[in-house]
Design a protein around this ligand. Sequence first.
Ligand code: PGA
Length: 244
Amino acid sequence: MAGNWKMYKTPAETIAFFDKFRPLVAQSNHCEIVICPPFTNLAAAVESARGLPIGIGAQNIGWAKEGAFTGEVSGSMIRALGASHAIVGHSERRQYFAETDGTVLKRTQAALEFELTPIVCVGERLEERETGRTEELLVTQFQNGIAGLSESQFARIVIAYEPVWAIGTGKTATPEIAADAHRVIRSQVRAKFGRAAGDSVRILYGGSVKPDNVKSLMAQPEIDGVLVGGASLDPVSFASIVNF
Ligand code: PGA
């Protein structure tokens, strides 16, 4: 159950979040919990989550170890702060910051190189859904991105299916729509990396996940977890998602 805070919260607000969140998930050992705050809050989040089974992740990761890349933050830097995960290829990165399947692959490989678990995002836009090209788009994103990993690299990633039309819009994909997309992705995984990889890869659903719809999404055997934006900013709401 992963939370993506996007560009919200200061370090002080991060500490306040964890003070409220900690007791609410103290007994939650049924799943892995990951919170991805902005880079500037990673240190505060790692410190606040110390001793708890909560992973902390970045929302993006540079593809080089270091160098003249103004504005980028590398995997070695993220790792040095004690983070364990990195979101890669979020649709907002693709839409506003010219992220491509090629750069998503490079960033995914960088995360793996620095022993961070990449949460690799894919998903169609409304236009593709409405013109019946969802499957084609998911296949293209897979083939041009994730398929470039080796088998051993692939074994260490998490995939997040996030239909762009469902992000921050309040329009959740129905559990059936989400499960269909997950099946498309999983069949790509099987074809490229083998049956066992297809069975074991974790695929999260993201897009307007809330406390009141998480249960029906998680009831789909195809859906292994969720990536939550807006509803992860509030400790009570994210805890009730985690404890669905
Ligand atoms: P949302 O965002 O839950 O606010 O729709 C999900 C995401 O972008 O990861």
